[in-house]
Structures are given as C-alpha cells and as structure tokens.
Design a protein around this ligand. Sequence first.
Ligand code: NAD
Length: 486
Amino acid sequence: MKALTSVGIDCQHFINGQYRESLSKKTFENINPANEDILGSVAEGGKEDIDLAVSSARRALKGRWKTMPVTERSKILRKVGDLILERKEELAQLESLDTGKPIWLSRSVDIPRAAYNFHFFADYMTSVGTEAYQHDDLAMNYAVRKPVGVVGLINPWNLPLLLLTWKLAPCLAAGNTAVMKPAEWTPMTATVLAEICKEAGIPDGVVNVVHGFGPNSAGAALTEHPDVDAITFTGETTTGTAIMKAAAPTLKKLSYELGGKNPNIIFADSDIDEVLDTTIKSSFINQGQVCLCGSRIYVERPAYDEFIEKFKARAEKLVVGDPFDENTNTGAMIGKEHYERVLSFIELAKEEGGNIIVGGKRPEGFEKGYYLEPTIITGLDRNARCIREEIFGPVVTVTPFDLEDEVIAQVNDSEYGLSATIWTNDLRRAHRVADSVEAGIIWVNTWFLRDLRTPFGGLKQSGIGREGGMHSFDFYSELKNVCIKY
Ligand code: NAD
C-alpha cells in the first residue's frame, strides 16, 4: 500500500527527535481490521528502547523546555493543534485504517478533538494558578507548581490519537517530558504526532514514542523504569492492576482511566425519540468500543415496549461495512482476539437465557474483517455476566424497571463506576438520581457532551484520580508549599 504520510505506514519509534528502529531490530505486523491485510511493520520496543527514550526525556527536562516562558510553550502547543488540523485528512485515514472505525467518525470526532486537546490546554496553561494562605499574623504560605518529571503515557486502541493528546497536551503544558507507549493495534497516528510535535518547535527529547506490547515488552519496561516519575494509563482494569504492581517499587504517581459498564437509565417521562437519537450513538458508536458507551440500558416499564420497538428498528437500519464508505455507520472491530471475545459474550447471553432481538452475528457478505451487527439483548437476569462485565463491542442489554430505588440499586450493583446517563424531564428526579448513581461522570438528557475543564474519571474499578482542566494540572505537576514567617 502506498504510504499516506511522510513517516509511512511502517512505524518506527521516535526518540530524542529522531525516528529509529528497535535496538533489537524486532518488528511486528500491523493488521487492518477491515480486511485482515498487513498494513505495515511496527518497531517492537523492549527495555533497551525504553531506557533510551527515558534517558532522552530526562535530559530534555533540564534543557530549553525547562527555561522556556509559559507563553512560548503555550504558543508551541497551540501550533501542535494547528498542525493536527492541517494534516486532518491524513490522520483521519490512518486512524480509520488502524482501528476500523468509520472515516466520518475519525474526521468529525477523533482528529478535531485531538487538535482541540492541544488548543484547550495551550490556552488553559496561561491562567493556571495555585493557592496562598495567610496564617493569622504569623506567616504567609504560597504554593508553586513544578513539573512531575518524566511521565509515561500508556494508551488503548479505541480512540488512539484523541486519548493520547488528552494526556500529552496537559503533560507538556505543565512542563514535563513524555515517553508514550501507544497500543500495539494502533501505532500510526502516534507516530505522525511525534513528527508534528517536532515541527511545532518542541525540543528534541521532550516527546518520545516507543511502540510495543504490554507484558514483558515496552509497556512493562516503562512502568518498571526507576527514572520514570509518573504513569498515566488508560485501558483495562486488569492491566491497571498489573501496572500498579510494577510501579509500586519505585512509588510512581499514577492516574488511571479504566473500564466501565455504564448504565443508561430511561424514565418514561422522557421524550423517547430524543432518547433514541442519542442512545443509538451511546450504544453503537465506534462499534461500541468507547469507554463511555452506555452498554446497560434500563427503561421504565411504561415506556419499555415503545422503546424496544423503536430501538430495534433504528439498530436494524445501521449500515455495517467498509470504514472508508461514507454510508457506513458501524465499521470493523479492532482485532481477531477482541472480536472472538465479544462473540463469546453473545453465546454466553444465549446460555444465560437472553434474547438476541437484533444482530448477534457477522453480517452477510463479509468473509474477512472483524464485523459484527449491532446487537441488542433482552431478558437477562441482573446477575448475568453480560450485564456485569465490560464487553466493549456493539452489544447492549435492555432491562425494564418499575421503581426509581430499584433501578438505582441495580445500577450501583457493579464493580465499575465510570459514567451514567439519565433521561427524565422531572428536574427533582434528575438531581436525585444523579446524586445517587455511583459514577464519576453523569449526563442528564445528553451523552458525551464534554467540557474539558470538568473532572473526568471513574469511581470504583473504573479509575483512580481525575483528569481535565485543573485536575490534569494537579496530576501533571507537583505542588511545593513555601511558608514565610513574618
Ligand atoms: P489494555 O489494558 O489491554 O491496553 C492498554 C495499553 O496498555 C496498551 O498500550 C497495552 O500495550 C498496554 N499494556 C497492557 N498490559 C500492560 C502491562 N502489563 N504493562 C504496561 N502496559 C501494558 O486496554 P485496551 O484493550 O487497549 O483498551 C480497552 C480498555 O480501555 C477498555 O477496558 C476500556 O473501557 C478502557 N478505556 C477506558 C477509558 C477511560 O477513560 N476510562 C477510555 C478508553 C478506554
């Protein structure tokens, strides 16, 4: 396949301002999930590549990046956002090739939002303050922000550039240097981003990318490295546990954005057609592979039949197909292993007594690629594994409920607590239910409406800490208090 970018479809590491192969010369294949073709080869990083990247990030921490005025750093970050927009089409194509997501989604969400992450934090950083306390007539205290140091960024495959920039922009804004480990399934846009950062004027060594896998590979080496000060990780909860263990001996600062099993609670007083416009997206966008997707739908009984009938009709109309076809609603899932795991949940739902009222199988006409029809399951018991475990595909369950207390109890009976959506026109109920549901992010009568100043993160097994606005700066900086006695 012809290279779409100056770095090409083959992906190398980016260390100290240069593309380079692995010291071991090892590579792995990058597979296109839409047709199972090989897209190119990817440098397979190991401990020695991480060592090189971390030492270059450590050196850069003391260089021009440290002494650069905030206004200049802000200008450079703004330029990164501008360059992402300039290369929007190329990045969108790479993102869709890597992930199998529809090209319109890459063009309209992933890439513009990646640019906005940089634009937002470039502006925000110029007005970030700290605290000052006068201690009676004894002393004055003030806090100053310092960078944490070298930060390891470990990312998943579902929103590769969007989530990488969500971490990288505030990390750089706060004066840190970074070593990024993109997901092995989606190496391409991170590779281009490194080049963009250099072009925007970020000094060599400040931004490094090392490709590879997790355990016994680049990911593990990064989390164990004694010279890495913090790890920001987005991915599965079980990986979070492994990283916490690996990071414990060197007491790294950690920020975790983990899995979810997010409820979508629909009361009968809501406008069902408005609910459906959003619920079809919150269920199936990006093949249901968004951590915020509402995969457990609860509908108040008087609205249940109407909801099911209309939801089913809408889901059946979704076009599954080639990510590069503009008419496609649902593209391909990320890879073979994940695809088979999601299919196994559908089989499990049948064994658990569920009814597959739509989808549940590979669409006709596709012999290759990881395609799955949008799938709706009803009739499951609250203890069914399909209701309790994160499936992370175009698969939702729908359950009726009678009482507000009953639905809150069901919703909270989960080890996850990332986000929740509530649909009601009753203002008091909206406040009441929002207050009771155990989740870090609650949307009322909307979904995925993001103001980047707000705290983002999950409760329970869905995360540790918050990112967004001031919360990002709190993670990516160390606060030092100065007490001056009068
Ligand atoms: P994953 O945990 O398998 O992998 C994420 C990253 O961690 C990859 O780069 C991988 O190589 C690396 N990794 C794996 N094992 C590692 C180890 N032992 N040490 C160091 N690094 C390791 O997750 P995934 O399958 O890529 O992504 C899907 C998951 O991410 C879902 O659970 C989803 O809910 C979650 N997610 C959460 C959010 C959020 O904001 N809360 C956002 C997106 C995705």
